[in-house]
Design a protein. Sequence first.
Length: 225
Amino acid sequence: MHDGRPRRAAAPIEWRVADAVVPYPAAVAEMEARVAAIRAGEAPELVWLLEHPPLYTAGTSARDEDLLAPGRFPVYRTGRGGQFTYHGPGQRVAYVMLDLERRGRDLRRYITDLEEWLIRTLARFNVVGERRAGRVGIWVERGPHGGPQGHEDKIAAIGVRVRRWVAYHGVALNVEPELEHFAGIVPCGIGAPDLGVTSLADLGLPVTLADADVALKQAFEEVFG
């Protein structure tokens, strides 16, 4: 997928999996330090797989009225794009720190590649993930999974920030989170009665976080090299 674009640095991308939930402020501090190190040529690119405790994040387009349950969980204002997002146990967050300077300085292409990464990850579990014009994230038709025809649910979120052409933040894939926790916000891209939130477990698939990690890494290598 990278014909005509600069290749990544010779140093391989580092993969890290957190063995415990990571507080959001600690994750942001770690990302910002790593972004600076990547920009300075002092560290390789990084994909960091983790879980957060239950919390909401508000992107640069978040509206106060979309926080439906103030006080339920901590809310963190963040410089990533998008609106409100929920993070919590059972959701695989993948923070991706890549040097876009070496990858062609094409932010739109980078977002497209993140979408493709999630789509290919879901395909490994026989789930058809799809893009939707004007909506953020990856979507699933519920009809093939025993749900109502014409109903679509969001299964993965995307939110990116770029500092001096090093990207960070990333994606969040719903493996087996508590879906009721999403009710405290209007998640990015959702604002119609035929749209909701789903997960691999909600679709009837007994997928573990470890299973998702294997699929994410395989699909990442296909898309990003």
